[in-house]
Design a binder for this molecule. Structure first.
Ligand code: CUA
Length: 155
């Protein structure tokens, strides 16, 4: 089969792009520890107020010194607010929603997860720089979505 030279050039360029894209995904997965959600935990958003953990969302310190923040997002705020955590220690955020899908983004960091009703999103980060951070809802959730912000204080 005779394939025109320009046709071949474009085919190889397209193939090269695919290799670059897939390679980028593979490298960032391995090196940057970027990964899809790895844990599935469900709860009933209807009875969240009597849930042992999310009925009273707060910051807790585990016996080993690690910090857990349980967060409930609801139109149009986060609980607890403000969230106060220590600097330089791993902090595990556990986030869920009471009503619709919200976002939980600590602005200027890579701490970012969806708050999905019925599910618990979990990630662990260490904040080395003390200060005040803004938590923004980055998922459209209703009329006052743009007002849905919280504060994270790192001490
Ligand atoms: Cu909550 Cu947008």
């Amino acid at each position: 089969m005779n394939v025109d030279l320009y046709e071949r050039v474009w085919m190889w360029l397209a193939a090269g792009l695919i290799v670059i894209f897939v390679g980028t995904i593979a490298i960032t997965t391995g090196v940057e520890a970027i990964q899809p959600p790895s844990h599935l935990e469900t709860l009933d958003p209807e009875t969240i107020d009597s849930h042992p953990e999310f009925g009273d969302p707060k910051v807790t310190i585990r016996p080993d010194g690690s910090v857990v923040v349980s967060v409930v997002a609801a139109m149009f705020s986060f609980a607890p607010d403000p969230i106060e955590i220590p600097a330089g220690r791993p902090v595990t955020f556990r986030i869920t929603s009471k009503d619709v899908i919200h976002g939980f983004e600590v602005v200027g960091t890579n701490a970012n997860a969806l708050a999905v009703p019925g599910y618990v999103s979990e990630f662990t980060v260490t904040f080395d720089t003390p200060g005040k951070y803004t938590i923004a809802c980055n998922e459209y959730c209703g009329i006052a979505h743009h007002m849905m912000v919280g504060t994270l204080t790192v001490k």
